[in-house]
Design a protein around this ligand. Structure first.
Ligand SMILES: NC(=O)c1ccc[n+]([C@@H]2O[C@H](COP(=O)([O-])OP(=O)(O)OC[C@H]3O[C@@H](n4cnc5c(N)ncnc54)[C@H](OP(=O)(O)O)[C@@H]3O)[C@@H](O)[C@H]2O)c1
Length: 334
C-alpha cells in the first residue's frame, strides 16, 4: 500500500508529490487521513530557513484533522473511522502534508461533530501552546488539568502580547475560563479588537503600545501594572518596554512562546520558555480537555479560518501568505 506525500525537496522549495509506503502505527500511535491541514508560521520558517529540518527532502506540516485509519498497540481512546484533530511532533517524513500521517495518541482529540475538518485543524497548536503558557508559565490552575505545578496565588492581571495570533487568541479564551474575574489586556491591530473582546479580553491596545510602558500601565487596574505577561509572538525582543508593565511588587511572571532559536530570557522576571509539547508532557489529558471545552460550548474557534485552496498544490501558495496574514488561521482542504 502506498500514499502520496507532498515533499519539500530542499530549503526554499520546490515541493513535489512523491509516492511513499503507507505508514504503520507504532505503540501508542494513530494513523490519520486528513481532509484538511493548517499552515503555520513554523512551516514557513522551516521552508525558508530550515528552522527545524536537519536534512531535505522533508514533509512539513504540524497540524491536521482527519479520519483514523489504524491504531497501534496500547491505543485506547481511538479506533478506525473516528474523526479527530491533532498536533504532530515533526520528524523528517512525518509532517501533516501527506495522505496519511502518524500522531502520538496523546496529541490527538476527538473532533466535535459540529466542527468541519477545516475548523478542527485550526485548533491544536494554538490551544496547546496557550495552555502551556498559562498552566506552566503562569502556574495557573485549570479546571480540567491535574495542576501539579500551581501552588501560588494566580495572577489577577495579565498582558497578552499578540492577541490576534493563533496562540494569543487561544490564550485570551483560556485565561478567561481559568480566571473569570481577571483583567486581561491585549495588543493587536485595531481591526481585531472587537473579536478579542468577544473572546474575553478586558482591554485591547494598539500594537504600538508595546513600545510605551506608560500606555501599557495606564490600561492596568489602578495604573499599578500587571502580574503577568504572555508573549505569544516574541514581541518583547523588539519592545523591551513591555517589562515595565509588570507590577513592581507583583510576581513578575513572563511566559514567552518560543518563536526562534537562541532567545534569551530577561533578568528580573520569573520567565518561562513555552513550546507546544510542554503541556502534553505535564498534562496528558490536555487534548481531551480541548474536545470537552468545544463540546460544552466553552471554547470557540479563536480565529476565523481562511481556506486558501484545495489540494496539496495549494499548500505552497498558501505558505507565501503566512508573513502578511493577520487575525486568521490559514487552512488547506485536501
Ligand atoms: N514553540 C512552539 O511550540 C510554537 C507554537 C505555536 C507558535 N509558535 C510561534 O509563535 C508565533 C505565533 O504563532 P501563531 O501561529 O500564533 O501566529 P500567527 O497567527 O501567525 O500570528 C499572526 C498575528 O501575530 C500578530 N503579531 C505578529 N508580530 C507581532 C508583534 N511583534 N506584536 C504584536 N502582534 C504581533 C499579528 O497581529 P496584528 O496583525 O493584529 O498586528 C498577526 O495577527 C510564531 O512565531 C510561531 O512560530 C511557536
Amino acid at each position: 500500500m502506498t500514499i502520496q506525500q507532498y515533499q519539500t525537496i530542499k530549503q526554499g522549495g520546490p515541493f513535489a508529490l512523491v509516492t511513499a509506503p503507507s505508514p504503520k502505527p507504532g505503540k501508542n500511535e494513530v494513523c490519520i487521513r486528513p481532509p484538511a491541514v493548517s499552515l503555520n508560521a513554523i512551516d514557513w520558517k522551516n521552508l525558508l530557513f530550515g528552522a527545524l529540518v536537519p536534512s531535505w527532502p522533508a514533509v512539513l506540516g504540524i497540524e491536521g484533522a482527519g479520519i483514523v485509519e489504524s491504531v497501534g498497540d496500547g491505543v485506547t481512546s481511538f479506533k478506525p473511522g473516528d474523526e479527530v484533530m491533532n498536533w504532530l511532533q515533526r520528524s523528517q517524513f512525518n509532517g501533516a502534508f501527506q495522505e496519511v500521517y502518524t500522531a502520538q495518541e496523546v496529541a490527538v482529540a476527538k473532533k466535535p461533530a459540529a466542527l468541519s475538518f477545516e475548523e478542527a485543524t485550526s485548533l491544536p497548536i494554538g490551544y496547546l501552546t496557550a495552555a502551556g503558557a498559562i498552566a506552566i508559565g503562569l502556574k495557573v490552575p485549570f479546571p480540567g488539568f491535574s495542576n501539579a505545578n500551581t501552588t501560588h496565588e494566580p495572577p489577577q492581571s495579565i498582558l497578552v502580547l499578540g492577541g490576534s495570533s493563533g496562540v494569543g487568541s487561544a490564550a485570551i479564551q483560556l485565561l478567561r475560563i481559568a480566571l473569570p474575574s481577571a483583567t486581561i489586556i491585549t495588543t493587536s491591530s485595531v481591526a481585531h479588537h472587537a473579536h478579542l473582546k468577544s473572546l474575553g479580553a478586558s482591554t485591547c491596545l494598539e500594537r504600538a503600545a508595546q513600545q510605551d510602558t506608560a500606555a501599557l500601565k495606564a490600561a492596568t487596574p489602578g495604573g499599578a501594572g500587571v502580574d503577568a505577561i504572555i508573549d505569544a509572538v516574541g514581541a518583547s525582543v523588539e519592545a523591551p518596554a513591555v517589562y515595565g508593565a509588570l507590577k513592581s511588587d507583583g510576581p513578575k511572571l513572563y511566559s514567552l512562546v518560543i518563536t526562534r532559536p537562541g532567545v534569551e530570557l530577561p533578568q528580573g522576571v520569573q520567565a518561562t520558555l513555552i513550546d507546544g509539547q510542554y503541556i502534553l508532557d505535564k498534562e496528558p489529558g490536555a487534548m481531551n480537555y480541548l474536545s470537552r471545552l468545544l463540546e460544552e460550548g466553552k471554547y470557540k474557534l479563536p480565529l476565523k479560518i481562511d481556506v486558501v485552496g484545495k489540494g496539496f498544490q495549494a499548500i505552497q501558495s498558501g505558505l507565501d501568505k503566512i508573513p502578511q496574514h493577520s487575525g486568521t488561521k490559514l487552512v488547506v482542504s485536501l
